[in-house]
Design a protein around this ligand. Structure first.
Ligand SMILES: [Zn+2]
Ligand SMILES: [Zn+2]
Length: 328
C-alpha cells in the first residue's frame, strides 16, 4: 500500500484526494470533505485499501487457475507417457517433457539429474511424481487462497486504515479560520503552520454586515485592521492582528501578497451557492478574475503546489454549531 503513489508522502496523498474530489464533480463530496475532513479522508483511505486488495485477490484468482491448468497438463503428460512402453526412466521423463511441450519447459539441467535415477522403478517413479504434483497443487492453492489476504488483514496487529491515516495526515490540526490542515510533519511541533491558507468561507466565515461568505485568506487578514468573532470568544469581536491570544497554537505568517490557489478559487466559484446554503450564509462576492479560472487551471495549480511548492491547503470540517463571522 505504501508503495502506491498516493500514499508515498503526505503531499502526494493530499494531492490525490483533492484531484479525486475535483474529478468527482459533486458538491456533496466537497461538503463532506469540508464538514468532516477526518471521516472523509478515513473512508477515502478505506476505499483505496479495498481497491488495492481486490486487485491483489484478482491476481491470486488468476494465479490459482493458472496453477490448476499447469497441474492438469503435468498429469496428462504423465498418463500419456505411462501408456507408452519405455525401456529407461530417462526416456520416460523425456516423453513427459515432450508431452508438455511448450506448456511447461523443464530445463536440461533438471533433466540431467534423472540420469542418476536411471535404475529406479518406472511405475513407482510415476506414482511419486503424481503425488508430488498433488502436494505442489495443494501448497500453491493454499498460498493463493483469496481468504488468506482477508484473514491476514483481520489478524494484523495494527489497523492499516489508521496506520495510513497517521502517516499521511500528520498532526491533523486545522486553521481556526479557513480550516486548512497543519503542514508541519509529525506531532512534535510547538506551533501549527500552513504554507498557504484558503478563502475563509470554506471555514464557515461570513461578513457580519452582509452575511456573505468570506473570500479573503488568513495571511492577509492577520495583517489587516479587521476583526473576527467566533464561538471560542463567545462571539465577542477580536482584532485579527491579535489572533494568537485566542489561538496560541497557530502561527499564520502575515503576507498581503499571497492569494488563494486557483484550485480553491475555482471550487469556491463553482460551489458558491451550495456552500452558502449549507452554511446558512449568503454566497460570496466572487472576484471577476476567479470566474475565468478553468478546471484545467485548477488542476494545474494543484500540480504546481504538489510538485513545485510542495505544500497544500485544503478544506476541512467547519463547525455548524456556532456561526462565525467577521466585520470589515
Ligand atoms: Zn487559514
Ligand atoms: Zn500541527
Amino acid at each position: 500500500m505504501m508503495k502506491r503513489e498516493e500514499f508515498s508522502t503526505r503531499m502526494s496523498f493530499q494531492y490525490s484526494v483533492l484531484l479525486d474530489l475535483l474529478s468527482k464533480n459533486d458538491f456533496n463530496s466537497f461538503r463532506s470533505y469540508s464538514h468532516s475532513y477526518e471521516s472523509y479522508v478515513k473512508s477515502w483511505i478505506s476505499e483505496r485499501i479495498k481497491e488495492h486488495f481486490s486487485e491483489v485477490s484478482t491476481i491470486c484468482e488468476f494465479e490459482d487457475s493458472h496453477v490448476q491448468t499447469s497441474i492438469d497438463n503435468i498429469n496428462d503428460a504423465i498418463k500419456t507417457a505411462k501408456a507408452e512402453t519405455t525401456d529407461s526412466l530417462k526416456t520416460f521423463v523425456e516423453n513427459i517433457c515432450k508431452e508438455l511441450g511448450d506448456k511447461l519447459v523443464i530445463s536440461q539441467d533438471a533433466l540431467g539429474a534423472f540420469m542418476i535415477l536411471n535404475n529406479a522403478d518406472q511405475e513407482q517413479f510415476a506414482h511419486w511424481l503424481t503425488e508430488s504434483v498433488k502436494d505442489i497443487k495443494e501448497a500453491l492453492s493454499e498460498k493463493f487462497k483469496k481468504t488468506t489476504i482477508e484473514t491476514k488483514l483481520r489478524h494484523l496487529q495494527m489497523n492499516p486504515q489508521n496506520e495510513l491515516f497517521n502517516r499521511v495526515i500528520g498532526c491533523g490540526k486545522q486553521c481556526p479560520f479557513c480550516k486548512v490542515p497543519c503542514d508541519a510533519g509529525g506531532r512534535e511541533h510547538t506551533k501549527h503552520f500552513a504554507s498557504l491558507h484558503r478563502p475563509q468561507g470554506f471555514g464557515n466565515y461570513s461578513w457580519i454586515d452582509s452575511d456573505k461568505l468570506v473570500t479573503d485568506i488568513c495571511s492577509s487578514s492577520v495583517i489587516s485592521d479587521k476583526n473576527f468573532h467566533c464561538s471560542e470568544m463567545k462571539n465577542k469581536r477580536h482584532p485579527f492582528k491579535d489572533y494568537r491570544k485566542i489561538f496560541p497554537d497557530w502561527d499564520i505568517p502575515p503576507d498581503r501578497s499571497l492569494e488563494a490557489s486557483d484550485f480553491w478559487k475555482f471550487v469556491m466559484t463553482k460551489y458558491n451557492n451550495e456552500f452558502a446554503e449549507a452554511y446558512k450564509a449568503k454566497p460570496a462576492d466572487i472576484p471577476k478574475s476567479w470566474r475565468k479560472i478553468t478546471e484545467q487551471q485548477a488542476k494545474e495549480s494543484l500540480k504546481y503546489a504538489f510538485e513545485v511548492r510542495g505544500n497544500y491547503y485544503f478544506p476541512i470540517r467547519g463547525s455548524n454549531r456556532f456561526r462565525k463571522s467577521m466585520d470589515r
